[in-house]
Design a protein around this ligand. Structure first.
Ligand SMILES: [Zn+2]
Ligand SMILES: [Zn+2]
Length: 460
């Protein structure tokens, strides 16, 4: 088998692994690059012919693993995309949302280009391209082994990261011997709300493993929950509102679940919560339609939902509804995207409330360098939002324990279940983090480790 690392190496985004094996060409992940030079890389030609790829495996719906599917289909891919049922449903909303963003960005840039006498800007892909992706997706249950011809077998295990997320086990024939490679996907945190805990395979010859938090330990969920309650109560007492920038898929549902639990446990009164993100609303509906992915606790809670004993949740649909939230000056929680405040409705809430000392902004997700969210948590006194200078006077909370990713200790625990000595390729982490984690794995287990470069190829 030939394994080539095309993305998601020495960085966290753009996951894409190319495989040639027994006359088949496969991809594991077809992810989008995000961040500073992402646009260039996403626009570049694929390093293979899309029409020659037979199968694409997707471990979960996050765009850094799936966001290039419409582009590969647009450029000639005619094979099958294989993933779990919940991932397919999440892909449908995330890919359409991504296409809308591509289209409106291109429209805006085209107007600008035309004024400068330049040609129009073509979007990376369009909603029509997403329409062409959906019929190509085949869904598979966790735990069941499936075959591609007589030479390749595969199975998804629950990765416990977001709804539908999987770890992919792939068996292939090498001369007369069967070998196995495991793609970890993004590994979830144990005890995460809603989804089950991650499962670790028991053996492999090779592992391609994520290392997002390979250098860090998270605070416990309990500690983080206490910080969240403290932030909310202090703000409400001061007469302000809480604004919570959140990723639409995963984090938002976790936070809603945690808030509901707090009301049930009588640690929080049944506060008004406004979910001001159409994408997050769609994602929440997908979550509710996949109870097979819930852990026991969530299953119990959802089956005995007592609405007198939960948060008062309001879905804000229209932009007008979002704007009119500005009239409510105190006592509410507003959850809006985007998670790093780079776009979406959160920006206008920040414009109207970041300068109010009685309000709070509670960050519950990773804030990448260069984003508005990062500037605020790094202590900027003044920020630029929607064409205005806004003073940062609100209280800023950064709560890290709600991450959907395993921390260093949990990644090591995940590896400790392997009974043999696999070779491990460390991917999906900032370069220094992946290298540090690679050394730890090597020292701790004696496994041979590699931190591949983009474009590097291995024969397994
Ligand atoms: Zn992910
Ligand atoms: Zn990821």
């Amino acid at each position: 088998m030939i394994l080539k690392f095309l993305g998601g190496v020495r960085t966290v985004t753009g996951s894409c692994f190319y495989i040639e094996c027994n006359n088949l060409k496969l991809l594991v992940e077809c992810g989008m690059f995000q961040g500073e030079v992402a646009e260039e890389i996403n626009k570049a030609r694929f390093e293979f012919s899309p029409e020659e790829i037979d199968y694409i495996f997707i471990t979960h719906a996050h765009l850094d693993h799936s966001g290039m599917l419409p582009k590969i289909v647009k450029e000639g891919f005619k094979g099958r995309v294989i993933t779990t049922s919940a991932t397919k449903d999440l892909l449908e909303i995330l890919l359409y949302d991504s296409a809308h963003i591509q289209e409106s960005d291109a429209e805006w840039l085209t107007r600008k280009a035309q004024r400068a006498g330049k040609p129009p800007v073509i979007p990376l892909y369009t909603t029509e391209d997403v329409m062409d992706v959906m019929p190509l997706i085949d869904v598979r249950n966790y735990g069941e082994v499936f075959h591609i011809g007589n030479s390749i077998k595969y199975r998804f295990l629950d990765a416990g990261h977001i709804l539908g997320s999987g770890t992919l086990e792939l068996w292939f024939q090498d001369s007369s011997k069967e070998k196995k490679v495991v793609f970890s996907g993004d590994i979830g945190k144990k005890g995460n709300p809603i989804v089950k805990d991650p499962l670790s395979p028991k053996e492999a010859d090779f592992i391609v493993m994520e290392s997002t938090y390979g250098n860090r330990l998270h605070k416990s969920l309990k500690e983080s929950t206490n910080e969240l309650i403290d932030g909310i109560k202090t703000t409400i007492k001061k007469g302000g509102n809480v604004y919570l920038p959140s990723f639409a898929v995963g984090r938002t549902q976790d936070i809603l679940y945690i808030l509901n639990n707090l009301v049930r446990e009588k640690r929080l009164y049944n506060i008004n919560v406004y979910l001001d993100s159409p994408l997050a609303q769609e994602a929440t509906k997908v979550y509710l339609s996949h109870p097979e992915c819930f852990d026991e606790e969530a299953e119990k809670l959802f089956s005995t939902q007592d609405y007198s004993n939960s948060i008062k949740l309001h879905f804000v649909e229209s932009a007008q509804g979002s704007i009119s939230l500005n009239k409510i000056k105190s006592g509410i929680i507003v959850i809006a995207g985007s998670g790093m405040c780079e776009g979406g409705r959160i920006r206008h809430h920040l414009k109207h409330n970041l300068w109010r000392p009685e309000c709070s902004i509670i960050f519950v997700g990773f804030q990448a360098k260069g984003t508005l969210g990062r500037k605020i948590i790094d202590g900027a006194k003044m920020v630029h939002i929607l064409g205005e200078e806004i003073a940062v006077k609100a209280s800023i909370y950064t709560i890290n324990g709600f991450s959907a990713h395993a921390d260093q200790a949990e990644l090591i625990e995940w590896l400790s279940f392997f009974k043999n000595s696999p070779e491990v390729f460390i991917v999906h982490g900032e370069e220094d983090v992946s290298i540090a984690f690679s050394n730890i794995v090597n020292e701790r287990f004696g496994f041979k480790t590699y931190v591949p470069e983009k474009g590097e190829m291995f024969i397994l």
